[in-house]
Design a protein around this ligand. Structure first.
Ligand code: GLP
Length: 227
């Protein structure tokens, strides 16, 4: 899964060296980032002109916090490849004015010319970024109350469930869907929700289901059986 995804990213960067990559966090893309680090060290991919835009960030965690997505990206990718720090973009989970921070992010994405290729994982409840199951799709970057299922799932990275932030900032569905290419990654334990997202109704109750309307969606999954 990671190798195939890395090949698509390399191809994207070869075609357009100044690509804007939308990046995801969580366990699923870890192998992809490892692979990109190796390929960069071997001179197979050059990040010097690439910009990155991350999907989401926990509210209340500083970039130095080990469970922040800022820290995750620095540790797993940015500090290990030849990307320019100024070209890596994340939401500020410590922003005092959340509305302004969300607007800043939307303007930033616009001013960069949009996202060329967006990597997505999927939550057990079908979330993408931190777009949780809801009655409606949310268009732009916003502050979301995390679902109980997400807090429980992500508590494995924290010392206790009480330490998991209750809110996060996330790119909205419109921004994700405006990316020119989407790559959705899912490992074998996401098989049930992935099947629901790809073959069930398109509904904000399963946010990832909207991806099937995208004109350039690639789903890469590890699966015990064919779905
Ligand atoms: C996290 C992130 C998502 C990620 C998803 C799945 O909470 N906000 O961007 O895709 O949940 O994570 P994992 O790959 O660890 O299962």
């Amino acid at each position: 899964m990671s190798c195939i995804a890395a090949d698509f990213i390399i191809e994207q960067i070869r075609e357009k060296p100044a690509s804007n990559l939308g990046l995801a966090t969580g366990s699923t893309p870890l192998g992809l980032y490892e692979r990109l680090v190796d390929l960069n060290r071997n001179g197979k991919v050059d990040f010097s002109k690439v910009s990155t835009i991350n999907l989401d960030e926990y509210c209340g965690l500083a970039p130095e916090h080990k469970q922040s997505y800022g820290y995750y990206m620095d540790t797993n990718l940015f500090s290990k490849v030849n990307i320019k720090k100024k070209n890596t973009h994340l939401l500020n989970g410590l922003a005092s004015d959340i509305d302004a921070e969300c607007k800043r992010y939307d303007h930033l994405i616009d001013s960069l010319g949009g996202i060329d290729l967006q990597i997505l994982g999927i939550g057990f409840n079908g979330h993408i970024g931190f777009n949780e199951p809801s009655d409606e799709f949310v268009r732009n970057t916003y502050c979301v109350k995390l679902a109980r299922k997400t807090i429980t799932a992500n508590s494995r990275f924290f010392n206790s469930v009480s330490q998991v932030p209750r809110f996060a900032l996330t790119m909205g569905i419109y921004t994700i869907m405006m990316s020119r290419k989407l790559i959705l990654l899912a490992d074998a334990n996401k098989q049930d929700i992935l099947t629901k997202a790809l073959y069930g109704s398109i509904t904000p109750k399963v946010p990832a289901s909207i991806c099937s309307l995208h004109q350039n969606l690639m789903v890469i999954c590890c699966s015990g059986k064919q779905i």
